[in-house]
Design a protein around this ligand. Structure first.
Ligand code: CA
Length: 396
């Protein structure tokens, strides 16, 4: 929290003191237009007025949407954070708790229940982190600031209000990411509108409060994305030393072709089965290697990033009882789990580095402190929350 406030102050300091009167009236008239557009789409004037009672743009949304990720996260940090032991344990407990629902969703949509649970775990930590931006405010801000995606944001805003108008969920529950994804599995409103299902039978599609609705809708999303029942999504493999052959998710070939190229399963079981697969080498030929199938592409379509699809696929495997990757990442400074990130911040504080409150979020202030600590310890300055600085500060 402290970090967020600090950066907000910094942002305000850098950008002057609030919007000019002209900008404010421009925003008001843009919001008025949005209200009219919503009403034309079938949203009641009362709801449009209540939802869009927003005199000023959301500064937080303006700030976050402009931030360029200046820090390139290595794949092992990304995976270390998203598929740590805590998320695996929590996921297994959640799967037990919602066993009936997950099996029902698997039955009805033909999508493996471990994958459904993994999406839930990666998107919101099983419903714990669903976002704190009021969607009408965030989406009005993004629409009215102008820019190339104005029409996209407007559609999301109107779709969100229509969900409320239809009675799927109350206006007060429209809280999510700055970019409009919300609910336990983070659908954007137009996706919600077209793919959400009522899976608990109360005739409302409530992806915020109803776990069955959220899990059923995720299964439906994957099913409609082309999920192939009973087929694998990803298999960890090993490539021959010095492999320079074809790779890439979209560069698919038959399993027998991969066998001819010298690719073997990492667990030693012979490669078999039909279907086309691509060879994913997320850290090059010396790191973990994976054959990825059509179902991996379906997972990929949820968020259009291979690292993301890899996280979901691996978490699904871990939830199903499979072990961590057999091939280590090609680094001597691996990533940290969420618990270790938090511990690293506590160690920084204990060593006199003022990073505010330890909250487990590695932002610019923590990274600056890490770089400072590295310098003081005579280590190369990376500013990265990795194993080396963690150990150097006494973490175990
Ligand atoms: Ca429902």
């Amino acid at each position: 929290m402290r970090l967020a406030i600090l950066s907000a102050i910094l942002w305000i300091a850098l950008s002057g003191v609030g919007p000019s009167p002209a900008a404010a009236s421009e925003f008001s008239s843009c919001v008025a237009n949005l209200k009219n557009a919503a009403v034309r789409s079938g949203v009641s004037p009362a709801l449009a007025n209540k939802a869009l009672d927003v005199p000023e743009p959301s500064e937080r949304v303006l700030r976050v949407s402009k931030v360029q990720p200046e820090f390139k996260t290595p794949i092992w940090d990304y995976l270390g954070f998203l598929v740590d032991e805590q998320r695996v344990e929590d996921g297994r407990a959640k799967m037990q708790e919602h066993d009936q629902v997950l099996r029902a969703a698997e039955q009805r949509f033909g999508v493996d229940r471990h994958v459904i649970a993994a999406v839930w775990g990666v998107e919101t930590d099983y419903g714990r982190k669903i976002g704190r931006n009021f969607l009408p405010h965030a989406l009005a801000t993004l629409t009215c600031r102008g820019g190339r995606r104005e029409e996209f944001w407007r559609r999301q805003l109107i779709a969100a209000l229509k969900l409320v108008e239809r009675g799927d969920l109350p206006l007060d529950d429209l809280y999510g990411s700055w970019a409009g994804a919300f609910g336990q599995t983070q659908f954007i409103p137009t996706t919600y509108e077209s793919l959400a299902v009522d899976f608990d039978g109360d005739r409302r599609r409530d992806l915020v409060n109803s776990v069955p609705d959220a899990l059923g809708s995720t299964a439906n999303y994957l099913k409609r994305g082309g999920w192939r029942t009973g087929e694998p999504w990803m298999i960890e493999v090993k490539v021959p030393p010095g492999y320079r052959g074809p790779s890439g998710r979209e560069n698919k070939a038959a399993i027998s072709t991969w066998t001819q190229r010298g690719v073997v399963r990492a667990d030693g079981v012979p490669l078999s089965g039909g279907g086309q697969a691509g060879l994913l080498l997320p850290a090059g030929p010396k790191g973990p290697a994976f054959l990825v199938f059509k179902n991996f592409d379906v997972i990929y379509s949820y968020n259009r990033a291979e690292s993301y699809a890899l996280a979901i696929s691996h978490l699904a495997d871990r939830l199903a009882g499979y072990p961590p990757f057999r091939t280590p990442w090609p680094t001597d400074d691996p990533g940290l789990s969420r618990a270790e990130r938090l511990q690293l911040q506590k160690l920084l504080l204990a060593n006199g580095y003022d990073i505010g409150e330890a909250d487990g979020q590695i932002g610019p202030i923590t990274r600056a402190a890490i770089a400072e600590a590295e310098k003081n310890l005579g280590m190369p300055q990376t500013g990265r929350a990795g194993r080396k600085i963690y150990s150097a500060l006494g973490g175990s």
